[in-house]
Write a protein that binds this ligand. Structure first.
Ligand code: ATP
Ligand code: LTN
Length: 338
């Protein structure tokens, strides 16, 4: 039965201090979909090198992210959770796909433009070819579905373009993947400037809910969230971005739609509403937080065992695709490349 399932692929950069945005935009959907698909989730440590990292801290962050995926509800025995850098085929296919991607396409990527502005002293070639490595990640596993936040849509589109271009030249080599974006939570905004994406690098700590924030901190941050002077819980992204963002968060957790939320808080003030959102978020994150602590204290050996098994599983699939690609483009056979 296993191989009749479609393939799901996703990942996050290894250097993330995860925010509620990462959780609602990505991790929560991965958990929701994981039983239905044959899943691969990468700790994208090669992508993290596009920004300068302090080695010891970087190694620690990558391990923390691995544990967070597991704590969030992904069983590493049934989901292939692995480190991107443990499977060298990613970088190898990345190079080949670089040769099928135009520089004009890459210079239109908004993430490249944003990150180049932010790290003006280090606009390296890796930052430029970042989306090609991401395409290699996805295409190596012949993924059908890629659940990500809305900010990754452009990267997913270029992945599809590269796959289609390659297939047109060499026949059906790659599955052309579809993006998956949740109805709610696909773009969580800053609590202080609700027209900006919630991001870990925000200087104002009150803008961002971190996954490991305790209940008091979460509620305090929601109480301070920017709203408007209307005192009416109503969805209107343009005129009420703060309230709409809170509704988006609350809806992503409770499954309620806008009409239900508007009814629930009709006649109540923003104080009650913010409290309900804060409580819902804190309750949602509590099991993840306690599982995370267990994993990081008493279950390190278990995680190491899973890492080893999953490295082998990911490598097996990645090698299969790379072997095909090598043959198609006309590279000579490596005698003992399995
Ligand atoms: P950075 O802030 O440095 O750009 P990031 O927080 O976006 O990093 P990524 O590794 O780029 O982290 O993102 C991991 C996943 O989380 C992606 O699927 C991304 O779309 C999603 N994501 C990140 N921020 C948000 C957000 N505010 N709302 C919804 N999804 C998000
Ligand atoms: N660029 C992505 C992280 C990422 C990814 C991937 C996501 C790297 N490779 C493959 C999905 C599939 C981001 O979220 N910034």
């Amino acid at each position: 039965m296993e191989n009749e399932k479609k393939v799901l692929y996703s990942g996050m950069q290894a250097t993330n201090v995860l925010t509620l945005g990462n959780y609602l935009g990505a991790l929560k959907n991965w958990v929701k979909l994981n039983e239905e698909y044959d899943c691969y989730f990468g700790v994208m440590d090669l992508h993290s090198l596009t920004v300068r990292q302090e080695p010891a801290e970087f190694r620690k962050k990558a391990k923390e992210l691995y544990a967070t995926f597991v704590a969030g509800g992904l069983d590493p025995k049934t989901n292939c959770i692995y480190y991107q850098s443990h499977v060298p085929e990613h970088a190898y296919l990345g190079w080949i796909l670089d040769c099928f991607t135009y520089t004009g396409e890459l210079s239109r990527m908004t993430q490249f433009k944003d990150k180049s502005a932010k790290h003006a002293d280090n606009v390296n070639a890796g930052l430029f070819t970042y989306p090609v490595l991401m395409a290699a990640d996805i295409l190596l596993y012949q993924a059908d579905l890629v659940p990500v936040g809305k900010d990754q849509k452009q990267h997913l589109e270029i992945t599809r373009t590269i796959a289609q271009r390659f297939n047109q030249i060499y026949g059906d080599v790659f599955t052309v993947p579809e993006g998956y974006y949740g109805k709610q939570g696909a773009k969580v905004m800053s609590l202080q400037e609700p027209t900006k994406k919630m991001s870990k690098s925000d200087e104002n700590v009150n803008s961002t809910i971190l996954l490991l924030d305790d209940k008091d901190t979460i509620i305090r941050k929601f109480k301070k969230a920017v709203t408007d002077s209307e005192a009416e819980v109503r969805y209107d992204e343009e005129n009420k971005p703060g309230v709409s963002n809170l509704m988006n968060i609350y809806g992503a957790i409770t499954g309620k739609d806008n009409a239900e939320m508007e009814r629930e808080f009709a006649g109540k003030g923003y104080g009650d509403f913010k409290m309900a959102v804060g409580e819902a978020v804190a309750d949602e994150l509590a099991p993840l937080q306690s599982r995370y602590r267990e994993l990081m204290t008493t279950e390190k050996a278990y995680l190491e065992e899973c890492i080893k098994e999953n490295d082998a599983r990911a490598s097996h699939t990645a090698m299969k695709t790379l072997r095909k690609v090598r043959r198609k483009v006309g590279l000579t056979d490596i005698p003992d490349y399995h």
